[in-house]
Design a protein. Structure first.
Length: 156
């Protein structure tokens, strides 16, 4: 593991992961009020409208495709499916990534993303653009999540 601003960044290759998501083009200011209702639509679909063979296979996710941000908010699932309402089948990217676990208040996750950007410059890696978060389970004692943060890297 490589050290960067009090976070441990790991370079690894990940496989694409199927997701059920709601897609939006938004602003960074609007996103905090949008992601909850977007995620609710996905969970309603999984509980009440998903094909029988489709099931949750992981955690909640947010994919930031760019800096606009064009985002996908949803859940890791077992495979692809036909779109239903606002919920569409998508995939978290695969390939070379910088990976780190954010532990602590979710309001500070931006600091973790910034630390990955700083780490990449310091260590000679070029960020490819897409980045995503996979949310772990809630710690009831602190109210915090462990969140896996991934940034796509340009292969050397």
């Amino acid at each position: 593991m490589l050290r960067a601003m009090a976070i441990d960044v790991t370079v690894k290759t990940v496989e694409p992961t199927p997701t059920a998501v709601v897609v939006a083009a938004t602003t960074w200011a609007e996103l905090p009020t949008m992601w909850g209702p977007m995620l609710d639509k996905v969970w309603n679909f999984l509980r009440c409208g998903a094909p029988e063979e489709l099931y949750q296979q992981g955690h909640n996710i947010m994919l930031y495709k760019d800096d606009v941000p064009n985002v996908e908010v949803g859940v890791q699932v077992s495979g692809s499916f036909e779109p239903t309402g606002h919920v569409v089948s998508s995939t978290l990217p695969g390939g070379l990534v910088a990976a780190v676990t954010h532990t602590g208040p979710i309001a500070k996750i931006g600091d973790t993303h910034q630390a990955v950007c700083t780490w990449s410059k310091t260590n000679g890696y070029r960020l490819a653009g897409p980045r995503w978060e996979i949310y772990g389970d809630l710690d009831p004692s602190s109210g915090d999540f462990d969140v896996q943060v991934f940034w796509s890297l340009v292969a050397p």
